[in-house]
Design a protein around this ligand. Structure first.
Ligand code: GDP
Length: 638
């Protein structure tokens, strides 16, 4: 009989992905939706499934928040809040600490039981309501992100601040690039996120991680507000993060900071000088002029924001960046936002987990503890998490692993639940004409981690103003069936670099019409993808002038047939060209040329100095002396 995986999942009250994972482990063939089994083997499978799925217990810290519960269960936060409100009649925000009896009832709504950590954790901080006095909440350093148009000096500014304030005083100038650093001034400390660019900002926000307190908008004084400046303003506004404008490059002779000031209000950024609340700091990232003032203003803005967190409270933190490093394994930079991260903690980070092998700060110093607003690099995770993933502490390593694995299974299930729609590079164009498909999703598999990173890095740069290549998954190894399933669910193309597809994957790809492309030469790969992205552009046309024709005589050759006897005075005219007809410089007709004859023959084109007979679509009111401007529309982005 055919057994439906979704039905089986319902019976066991688990996500379909759990069943899928179990079937894979047991070596039972399935197509992602169903599998074949007789009665006996189905019984065996169910038994094995029950064993495999095991206990439905989740581990939570004492007084977890609805967000913690949502993360542990791997269900959307909205569902948890809905259950709280409708089933338990409990009003709670995402960060409200929940009582144990509420937690128990809440998780039971999702078919789980909860085990709470033994040690009673202190109540989480509620800084805004109690002014930071109660609950151990303390002032914390602001976390700052630098945004702005390309070449306006984001990197230079970050480098200048780092060099002027960090390197010289620490360890003979050796600093590590871990994706964030801190600057300590007599007035306070500032944490800078070291990855300029909007992508970092938006990717993190897309994953629910809001880590930035203040956005520094860099605008070059010699260039003014440019497209990415506008985008940056929009991002900051969407995230409700205050903006400080650094008007950069004031050392340049052609700098015009006043112009920038005048442009800003157009984008609803009103400088203080104009009665608004945005601080403007003229700076030079090269000479350092104005930078100390900028830092002061950041601290002032931070004071206004009353940023606090409880170092003894529940741990909250987010991954700033993560990668796989040769010899070190998965390396992640985590920003602790609340609570304290200890080297001995068992952590769950998104779908990854582990015991920390090392925790270091941006200076490369080993740490045993990191408090609020501290960025640290951690080693020891089982896999590479994603930027924006939350970090949490589990009671022990086993719990950490189970939570991480459950999330992975659920996310795999989500990708499977999506309808399967294959896609090939050549189909993209058609799809684009009929619907709003704007991203070229890619899955990358490569022979070694180095090539994964290289290919990914290069592909992510392939974009234009309308279409972007997006790497949704990348990894080392051959192309597997599960890559194909994900590709099918997310309309992605699978790219192999120095690797091949497994036979099962190939079959699955054929069935689901997923395109697999394999390469051994990186520029060939990039060229193909660039071509595909170009193809994805909305076709853009431009008028291209062909020539001018003067109408010299009207003659009728049949009842309906009236032809314009003409002479090509410049360029040429082609059949089916578009045209504009002017009489004494006034437009009398715009449309298409119908027939084009030379002597008695239909011809494709007639050139300078030749006579021809023309007709026009639905129009015969031409006169002697009318001038026909012929042109055609040419696609300029093919
Ligand atoms: P990003 O793309 O925004 O990170 O810009 P960069 O920091 O890479 O800077 C782009 C170019 O502008 C580089 O050539 C810098 O040397 C130059 N630049 C950046 N800041 C200043 C500045 O304050 N004054 C001058 N004269 N040049 C600058």
């Amino acid at each position: 009989m055919t057994v439906n995986i979704a039905d089986l999942a319902k019976e066991f009250e688990v996500a379909p992905g759990t069943v899928y994972g179990a079937l894979n482990d047991l070596g039972i063939e399935h197509d992602g939706m169903a599998f074949e089994a007789d009665n006996d083997s189905l019984a065996l499978i169910k038994e094995a499934l029950a064993d495999h799925i095991g206990s439905k217990e989740i581990v939570l810290k004492t007084n977890p928040t609805p967000r913690d519960v949502s993360n542990a269960l791997g269900v959307p936060q909205a569902d948890v809040q809905k259950a709280l409100l409708t089933k338990l009649k409990v009003m709670a925000t995402l960060t409200t600490a929940l009582k144990p009896d509420v937690v128990e009832k809440l998780v039971s709504q999702f078919g789980y039981t909860a085990r709470l950590e033994d040690a009673p954790a202190p109540k989480p901080a509620q800084p805004k309501q109690n002014g930071g006095k109660k609950g151990g909440a303390r002032t914390r350093p602001p976390v700052v992100t630098i945004l702005g148009h390309v070449d306006h000096g984001k990197t230079s500014l970050l480098d200048y601040i780092r060099k002027a304030n960090v390197a010289a005083k620490e360890h003979g100038g050796i600093t590590q690039h871990i994706g964030a650093y801190q600057v300590s001034l007599p007035e306070g400390t500032i944490t800078f996120l070291d990855t300029p660019g909007h992508a970092a900002f938006t990717n993190m926000r897309a994953r629910g991680a809001q880590v930035t307190d203040i956005a520094i908008l860099v605008v070059a004084a010699d260039d003014g507000i440019m497209p990415q400046t506008r985008e940056a303003i929009q991002h900051a506004k969407n995230a409700k993060v205050p903006i400080i404008v650094a008007v950069n490059k004031i050392d340049r002779p052609d700098a015009n900071p006043d112009k920038v000031m005048q442009q800003l209000p157009e984008f609803n950024v009103i400088p203080e000088a104009y009665g608004g609340d945005t601080i403007i700091c003229p700076v030079s990232a090269i000479t350092g002029e104005g930078v100390p003032h900028l830092l002061e203003m950041i601290l002032l803005q931070a004071e206004v924001l009353q940023l606090t967190a409880d170092p003894k409270g529940n741990l909250e933190g987010s991954v700033i960046e993560a990668k796989l490093e040769k010899g070190r394994g998965p390396v992640a930079t985590v920003l602790v936002q609340s609570g304290t991260l200890k080297i001995t903690d068992n952590i769950v980070v998104g779908q990854t987990y582990g015991r920390m092998k090392a925790m270091t700060d941006y200076r490369g110093n080993r740490m045993t503890e990191a408090g609020p607003s501290t960025p640290v690099e951690i080693l020891g995770l089982n896999d590479v998490p994603q930027a924006g993933d939350r970090i949490e502490i589990a009671v022990d390593e086993r719990a950490a692993r189970e939570i991480a694995e459950k999330r992975a299974t659920i996310s795999r299930a989500k990708s499977l639940e999506a309808p399967s729609r294959g896609m090939t590079l050549s189909q993209l164009r058609e799809r684009l004409n009929t619907q709003e498909l704007k991203d070229l999703n890619l899955i990358i598999k490569a022979d070694v981690q180095g090539s994964v990173e290289a290919v990914k890095g290069m592909l992510e740069k392939v974009k234009n103003e309308e279409v972007e290549a997006k790497v949704i998954l990348s990894g080392v190894g051959s192309i597997t069936e599960s890559d194909i399933l994900l590709a099918s669910a997310s309309e992605a193309i699978v790219i192999g670099f120095g690797v091949k597809a497994e036979p099962g994957a190939r079959r699955e790809a054929e069935r689901r019409r997923v395109e697999i492309r394999t390469y051994t030469i990186i520029y060939e790969l990039i060229e193909d993808i660039e071509a595909a992205v170009k193809g994805m552009l909305e076709p853009k046309y431009e008028e291209q002038h062909l020539g001018t024709v003067e109408i010299r005589v009207r003659f009728q050759f049949s009842k309906k047939g009236i032809i314009a006897g003409s002479y090509v005075t410049e360029g040429k005219v082609t059949r089916n060209a578009q045209c504009r007809i002017r009489r004494a410089n006034v437009l009398v007709y715009e449309g298409k040329i119908g027939t084009l004859k030379h002597l008695k023959d239909d011809v494709k084109e007639v050139t300078l100095g030749m006579e021809c007979g023309l007709t026009f679509d639905d129009w015969t009111d031409f006169k002697e002396g009318d001038m026909v401007e012929a042109f055609e529309m040419v696609q300029i982005n093919g």
